[in-house]
Design a protein around this ligand. Structure first.
Ligand code: HH2
Length: 336
């Protein structure tokens, strides 16, 4: 099988015949053909069929009411005692509300999570996870916080209670693998869902993860999860995908996925990228403390946007907003 990766152009000029990438801010005139059994090959778009090009060029439908023709920022709000970079900061409801108000000024979407999924993290009881997340979501809605809220959970009952409390999106780092009820809760609710690639569980995922070809294996795995979701009654126009940076991946795996992120447009769905403050940024920059990884996180987020990723999941919302606005202005030659 050939895997077709559009090579994104963000320059003001592009060769004749360049096509829009997913109806967004990038174009492409060439693709990289990736194969399991041969060297990559660069080809002009004219050598592809209409059927091969359609998923790469088609504008994506709105996701949670957000247009996907420009990049969107998802702000992270972890109401946990132990998240790897902000654990304990927002566990008290007043602190969570303050952070939510701050982030709402610059984020398009807010992701509330009540269980850390960092490498080695222990599972949280369902009742505890609901107690951490549902009241905060309800309070955010009652306070009129504008951006749609996603619930970052792998558990169906936590998702159901969060949706009842006013969340609009389910963000499942196991792409519906962990809880057999999750697919039906999402299908019945009508909520959009983010399917993230991961392997095993947070406890074991970093124990020597191996792939034949990480980029193609993650692509195939996500294609299979999307097919499962559709079979469970979740329509494609309510699905976004995420390669799951740091979830069962070594430094080399993460970098390979980032460098060829635009392959994932082949699934015809919005792409979310979550790299904020993750371990590999510390490894490459020497920033041992997660809170000191903002500049590297911004750089990786912008690299993702340059590959056409429609949503970036970040801790440092206002800093990322400033960087993104200026990146868009400087690459497009006009203010955002
Ligand atoms: N990363 C984390 C959690 N949820 N969801 C998506 N879709 N993509 C991601 O990359 C992703 C995610 C881990 O980061 P964080 O929430 O900051 O840490 P913790 O799991 O320790 O709470």
């Amino acid at each position: 099988m050939d895997y077709i990766r559009p090579i994104p152009i963000i320059d003001a000029a592009a060769p004749d015949g360049a096509l829009p990438l997913a109806g967004g801010w990038c174009r492409f005139s060439h693709v990289e053909l990736l194969r399991r059994d041969g060297a990559p090959q660069v080809l002009p778009v004219a050598s592809l069929s209409a059927a091969q090009l359609a998923p790469l060029t088609a504008p994506r439908p709105d996701f949670a009411g957000l247009g996907m023709m420009r990049p969107r920022i998802m702000g992270i709000l972890n109401v946990t005692p132990d998240s790897f970079s902000d654990g304990g900061l927002f566990l008290k409801p007043e602190a969570a509300m303050m952070a939510a108000r701050d982030m709402a000024a610059a984020a398009d979407l807010l992701d509330v999570g009540g269980e850390s999924t960092r490498p080695g993290a222990a599972e949280v009881e369902v009742a505890e996870e609901i107690a951490r997340t549902a009241p905060v979501i309800a309070a955010m809605r009652a306070a009129g916080i504008a951006p749609p809220i996603s619930i970052d959970t792998r558990k169906a009952e936590v998702a159901r209670r969060a949706l009842q409390a006013g969340a609009a999106v389910v963000n499942d780092v196991t792409a519906l693998r962990f809880d057999p009820e999750m697919a039906s809760v999402v299908a019945q609710s009508g909520a959009p869902v983010i399917l993230m690639h991961s392997i095993a569980t947070p406890q074991t995922m970093q124990n020597d993860p191996r792939y034949d070809d990480v980029v193609l294996d993650v692509y195939d795995a996500l294609a299979a999860r999307v097919a499962e979701a559709e079979a469970a009654g979740i329509p494609r126009d309510r699905i976004a995908i995420d390669p799951g940076i740091g979830f069962g991946k070594t430094l080399e795996h993460n970098l390979a996925l980032l460098a060829r992120l635009s392959l994932f447009h082949g699934l015809g769905l919005p792409i979310l990228l979550g790299a904020s403050r993750k371990r590999f940024i510390g490894t490459l920059s020497g920033a041992e403390e997660a809170q000191r990884r903002m500049p590297g996180s911004v750089a990786v987020a912008l690299a993702g946007v340059a590959q056409g990723a429609q949503m970036i999941r970040v801790h440092d919302v206002s800093e990322t907003r400033q960087a993104l606005s200026l990146w868009l202005a400087a690459t497009q030659g006009k203010p955002e």
